[in-house]
Structure formats: C-alpha cells, structure tokens
Ligand binder design. Structure first.
Ligand SMILES: [Zn+2]
Length: 390
C-alpha cells in the first residue's frame, strides 16, 4: 500500500535534523524511501559529517527537471511550542511541527510523487536535490549544485520548493554576512596612549559602514524589491569587559543584501578598504593589533526574467495566473541560476510561519503541491524542451 504524504511528513518531522548537526539519520530515512524509485547518490562533505542527496529518475543524458530542497531546520530552544515540535500533530486541517512549512512539507510531497515520476520519466528525467545547512547560509549546497550542473545533460528547469503559498517567485536579493574581530592591546584606562582600544576601532568602523549603508540608498535601484536598493545592516557589536580597562577585543557582525545586477563585489571591495584603513589605524597604536574579516555566509541573488519560458512552465504546473513575483528572503535558487539552470521558487506553506513556535502547514497546501507534482509527472512523459522552451 502506498504511504500518504502526511505519513511521509510525519517520518521527516520525527527526525530533528537541526542545521549544523550531523544529518545521517534524515539522509538514511529519505534514501530508504527513495531507493525503490530513484538512483540515490550521496554527496558527503569533506569531513564526512554531513551528506547531501541527489535522487535521479529517468535518463541522465537528457535535459531534465530539478526539484530542490533543504532538509535541515532551525532549532526550537526557547520557543513556546504547544506540542512536540518533532512529532507531527494535527489540529483541524493544520499540521504542526518544526519544518512543516520550511521545508519538509515540500520534501514529503516530492517523495510522495516519486512513484508517479518513476512511472512517467522516460523522456524527461527528474532530479531531486536535497541539501543541508541551508539555514546557516546555504552552506551545504555548493557540491550539490556542482553535481547537478555536471549531469550529462544540463537541466532546463529547477524548482526550489521554499514556502511561497504555491505562487511562482522569480527573484530575490543576494546576501553576504561577515564577522569583524578587532584585536587590540589592553591596558589601564588611565593610560590609553600605551594601549590599542578595540572597541574604539570597531565603533569608528561601524560608523563608516553605516555611512556606506546610507549611500547605498542612492545606488542601483530595482523596483521589484522592497526596499528597491542594496542594504548593509549592522547586526551586533560587542566588546570590552570593564570601564577601567582598555578593551583588547571587539566583534562586529554585519550583512549585505544586494539587488540582482547590483555591484555586490564592488560594495564588498569598498568594505574591505574601510577595514584595511581601520586595521592600519589600530596597528599604528600597537603593532600586534589586527582586524580580522571572516565570511559567515554568502549566496547570490536570483533574477530569472519574468518572461522566461521556465517561469511560464512552472506557472502552468501550479495554475498560478499572476505575473511571477519576488521574495524578501533568500534561498538556494541563486546558486542554481548561477550554474546556468533557469530557476524558480515555488512551494507549499508560508515563510511567515517558519523559524517560529507552532510552525504549521495546511492539508490543503500539501494537496496543492501534490497537484502541481502530479501535473509535472504528466509533463515529463514528453521531452522537456517540448514543454518548457516554447
Ligand atoms: Zn527554507
């Protein structure tokens, strides 16, 4: 007897799979469910702690479809859940659990559709690409995207199933996040001339970055986004321990969200120059002093044209008659687009429910996604170029 999407979702939710923890259990569970229908490729990271999965159905040497998702979820500590976040709990037509919307609901629908894909994928292959550590900056997608891009035939379409209420989304901003650590020289607060104050150095640098953030408002504009310009945000600034001691350490974290086609690399070079200036100033006070710049996460913007054939194909599959929209949040879609694969974001659920207590997805939302995948299973009976590139 075939298992239902809801049963599959229950199995996925019961494995916690928090980002940045080993993910062997969720990988093993998904691989076992997929094995009867798909070729299962495991893509372990360099240290064997995390594994991405690439499930393929149909002929590899023909251009196919990629269904992309991440299997990690954010932690639940400190959140007031009213039911066990790792036990799928139905209340009325809503199913509660960590990852229901973001984005195990989509994964469950895709796994539920594998038998239909296996029965139909003679002309167009389907590749299911499942990453890890998306929630900590798309860290687990690079090797997976490279493996997809290296398939004998490059896919003609990638659908990233992040929660969009099954609306087709074609673009989002890119993001980079960094940590600055200033290392100065400590000393008595009465003798600041013999020390190098890390707090002062980063406070000055923070002010320069804030000026740059203001300048970006007058930079390149794209009315498809709110706000329509790149943003530079200072997230946290910590340093010092006591008033009568010169701080020898301070830490500043900031992020840059860039519009597609904006000069993100140029803005970053500007930031590097400001850091170099601050570093030189601190070193002038104490030669051993330094300011370290460390990347925390980065993903590119997504900018699939509104009139792309791939966008129209996804709109037909999910019955969305509106013009494809843009997203306020980032996804792995920009990575697939960067690899030359036309990519859209479309999945069940609502991002507004994600990362919070009592995250849920509606049974109707799962049904809508299952309907889209059933139409996809019909479409793949024909070669992809016939129904995507028109
Ligand atoms: Zn997500």
């Amino acid at each position: 007897m075939q298992v239902t999407v809801e049963e599959i979702l229950g199995k996925l939710i019961s494995v916690s799979s928090i980002a940045d923890t080993p993910n062997e259990e969720i990988v093993a569970r998904i691989a076992a469910m997929a094995a009867p229908f798909a070729r299962v490729r495991r893509l372990p990271d360099a240290v064997g702690r995390k594994t991405a999965l690439l499930l393929s159905i149909g002929p590899d040497d023909r251009p196919g479809i990629v269904l992309s998702a991440h299997t990690d979820v954010v932690a639940v500590e400190g959140q007031p859940w009213t039911s066990d976040p790792f036990a799928l709990t139905a209340r009325g037509e809503r199913l509660f659990g960590r990852g229901t919307s973001d984005m195990k609901g989509f994964v469950a629908c895709v796994l539920g559709a594998l038998p239909a894909f296996a029965a139909a994928a003679g002309a167009t292959p389907v590749h299911v690409a499942l990453s890890y550590d998306e929630e900590i900056g798309c860290k687990g997608a690079a090797d997976l995207v490279a493996a997809v891009a290296a398939l004998p035939a490059r896919p003609l379409l990638c659908i990233v199933g992040e929660p969009t209420g099954m609306k087709v989304k074609r673009a989002h901003k890119g993001k980079g996040a960094w940590r600055l650590t200033a290392l100065g020289r400590t000393g008595h607060s009465a003798l600041p001339h013999q020390a190098a104050n890390a707090v002062t150095a980063l406070a000055r640098l923070a002010a320069r970055l804030a000026d740059l953030a203001d300048a970006l408002k007058d930079g390149p504009q794209d009315a498809a986004f709110d706000p329509p310009y790149a943003t530079l945000h200072l997230g946290s600034l910590h340093g010092g321990g006591a008033l009568n001691v010169v701080a020898d350490r301070a830490v500043l974290e900031f992020e840059l969200r860039s519009i597609p086609g904006g000069d993100a690399a140029g803005v970053f070079r500007h930031i590097e120059a400001l850091v170099a200036q601050a570093r030189a100033g601190l070193k002038a006070q104490a030669e051993e002093a330094d300011i370290l710049l460390e990347e925390l996460c980065a993903y590119p913007a997504l900018a699939t044209p509104a009139d792309a054939p791939a966008a129209a194909a996804v709109a037909r599959l999910c019955g969305d008659n509106d013009a494809p929209g843009t997203l306020a949040f980032g996804t792995e879609a920009g990575l697939y687009a960067q690899a030359g694969i036309p990519t859209l974001v479309c999945g069940p659920g609502d991002i507004a429910r994600a990362h919070k207590a009592d995250e849920w997805i509606g049974r109707d939302e799962l049904a809508a996604c299952t309907g889209m995948l059933a139409r996809l299973a019909e479409a793949i009976r024909r070669p992809a170029p016939e129904w995507i590139v028109r």
